[in-house]
Design a protein around this ligand. Structure first.
Ligand SMILES: NC(=O)c1ccc[n+]([C@@H]2O[C@H](COP(=O)([O-])OP(=O)(O)OC[C@H]3O[C@@H](n4cnc5c(N)ncnc54)[C@H](OP(=O)(O)O)[C@@H]3O)[C@@H](O)[C@H]2O)c1
Length: 249
């Protein structure tokens, strides 16, 4: 049920953090993996690791804020792998700042990567999935899309948009055997959070009912469920993988 042997997965933002961990997790479950990001050197080392696991892996330089880059990368993946079964929209950025001083340029940058790119990459992947009447789209949202926080308005808005984009696409393609779900991670130590971990680490762990932040690879259980036939009747859902964070009043 959870086996991904013979499936082709695409992961955006696979050059570090959660994206790299999820690409490895998909390969461990049997999938061949196409990895996308701007830092191609990082992707090449991950490619070596995944290839050594006996899976096919190709790296694609792709800035997801560019529609042209997304279209080019997805079309190359289809050419190189023959299909796309699983699309993981993970690339993301955070630009924090007081809202009364926040520039429209920063708002647009966050929205371009966290929201618009999720739609565009899904659109391109769905074109391929429709040919095979099969697909699993998994969008990486955040607990910050389910609740708010100070100095994070653009991030909160972008991640909330991912959650409802997930529902919209899920209803649109349910009859085509394409499921669309999201994962809302709590706090994990990655490049994105390292700038704030110094101050947030203790309070984040303390605020989390489980008393700790997420460990490397802890998204992979939810990911493999949503990427595999185990989730054949699940669509439009957002699974929080957050140690209980979002359930706390
Ligand atoms: N860490 C957490 O606690 C946490 C919690 C909730 C949600 N998330 C979400 O999880 C996802 C992964 O974040 P992370 O924590 O793993 O952060 P990270 O280590 O900073 O990774 C972000 C990834 O996104 C890629 N990316 C950023 N801008 C891009 C662009 N314009 N084009 C292509 N790729 C781009 C980066 O690759 P390049 O720089 O090489 O392009 C990198 O691989 C994000 O969507 C984030 O919002 C993280």
């Amino acid at each position: 049920m959870f086996d991904l042997t013979g499936k082709v997965a695409v992961v955006t933002g696979a050059s570090s953090g959660l994206g790299a961990q999820m690409a490895e997790g998909l390969a461990e479950a049997g999938a061949d993996v196409a990895i996308l990001a701007r830092r191609i050197d990082r992707l090449e080392s991950l490619k070596e690791k995944i290839t050594a696991m006996g899976r096919k892996c190709e790296a694609y330089a792709c800035d997801v804020s560019s529609e042209e880059d997304i279209c080019k990368a997805i079309s190359s993946v289809e050419k190189d792998f023959g299909t796309i079964d699983i699309m993981v929209n993970n690339a993301g950025v955070v630009i924090s700042g007081a809202s009364h001083e926040y520039s429209s340029e920063n708002w647009d940058k966050v929205m371009a990567v966290n929201s618009r790119a999720v739609f565009l990459a899904s659109r391109e992947a769905v074109k391929v999935m429709l040919k095979h009447n099969y697909g699993k789209i998994i969008n990486i949202a955040s607990v910050a899309g389910l609740a708010g926080g100070p100095q994070s308005a653009s991030y909160n808005a972008s991640k909330a948009s991912v959650i409802n984009l997930t529902r919209g696409l899920a209803t649109e393609y349910a009859k085509n055997n394409i499921t669309v779900n999201a994962i809302a991670p709590g706090m994990f130590a990655t490049e994105m959070t390292e700038g704030i971990m110094g101050t947030v680490d203790d309070s984040a762990a303390g605020r989390t009912p489980m008393g700790r932040i997420g460990r490397s690879g802890e998204l992979n259980g939810a990911l493999i469920y949503l990427a595999s036939d185990a989730s054949s009747y699940t669509t439009g859902q957002t699974i929080a993988v957050d140690g209980g964070w979002i359930s706390l009043l």
